[in-house]
Structures are given as structure tokens and as C-alpha cells.
Design a protein around this ligand. Sequence first.
Ligand code: ZN
Length: 236
Amino acid sequence: MVEALYLDDMFRKRFEAEVISVTDDKYVVLSQTAFYPKSGGVANDLGVLIHDNERFDVVYVGKFGGKISHEVDKPGLNVGDKIQGELDWDRRFILMRYHTAAHVLSGAFYRNLGAKITGNEISIDQGRIDFNLENFDRTLIEQEVQNSNNIIDQDYPVEVYSLDREEVENDPDLTKLAMGLPKNIKEIRIVDIKNFDRQPDGGCHVKSLKEIGKIKIKKLVNKGKNNRRLYFTIEE
Ligand SMILES: [Zn+2]
């Protein structure tokens, strides 16, 4: 099991590691990594791996067969090499802001409208959430975006911790979300926006809500029966 450093420290920008495998001269698995792979609808990190003063740009990061794989821009890395990894931090921080904004929006939509989130996609220029809502009522949706911005203004802290599976399954707020997780996972990582919303979650978030900025609606799309789509941006 390769250690994903971002699970415990989402603000880690640099790390050292050893190359475990290299496939096709460009897919690199490391002994540990702070790079977030594209997953859960959130875009991957970018950055650089440095070995003996030579820089290898990381152009994509994905998860394959349970392993985090870093695609680099050129051959030259070998098994056993000691590398230093550096994230493109501006990119990561924007993704954390967008991803945390999606939590706030989905929390507000669920709490106030009973709308369930069915999908999401987070990139560096926009966020998208899909949700089940019977009527395509713009005013109602705009109101919940406003509510989300009011919640952000409360600047609640965002905490991350692990709970035993049993504890999660006995918690009425969490049990539904935990059901889909593989049975062999005994410890479940919880992301807890204090006073607001808790979820099992493997992603990266800001430390308190004001870091998000302000959510702005970019586009609302009616996707047919019960299915609505919101594109949003965030501003400083
Ligand atoms: Zn999350």
C-alpha cells in the first residue's frame, strides 16, 4: 500500500520518495506521494519530480489498480531513484477551494431542499454538481447558493479524522454514505465541516470555509426528469 500523504496532510507541498516502478518510461509509482490522483470527480494535481537536479514534469496523476501513478513528460527515472516531489500549489489550492465549495452546496441543497447529489466534477476553472430536484426552480436554486455563501461567511472549520467502520455504520448521518465503501475498509476517513455537514471522503479541502471565497452561479441546466445541473465559479 503506497502512502497517500494528502490524506493526513492536505497542505503538504513537498515530499521525498523512492521510485517503486516505472512503466512505459513514463508512468511512475512512488513509495509515498502528496499528489492527488484524478478521482471522486476532482481533477488531479500537477507538479514536478526532481532527481539529481533533473526535473520531470508531472502531466497527469491517476489511480490504477489501487496505485497512484504519476505520468511524467520524459523518460529517465528508474526504480530505486530518490526523488523530491513538488506540487503546483496554486492549482491544488484552487481545487481544494472548489471541492470544499461543492460540499457546502450539496449540504445546503440536501438540508433545505431534500435534493440528493448524483454527480460532480471539479476543475480549476469551474465546479459542477448534479442533483435530484423535482422542479427546475431557478429562484429556489439561487436561494440555496445564497445560503451556501452565508454558511461560508460563518467560516466553520473543516476537520478530517478517521472513525471505525462500526461507529460510522451506527451513525444515522453517515451510515448511508458509508454503505457503498468496500467491506475491507475498517477505518473510514471523515470530512467534517463543523456545525454543518459530515461525510466519508478521500479528498482535499481547505481548513476553514472562508478560504473558499464566494460561490457564483455560472450556468443552470435542466437535465430532464428530476435531474438538475449547476455550474459554478468561485471568487476571492
Ligand atoms: Zn470532500
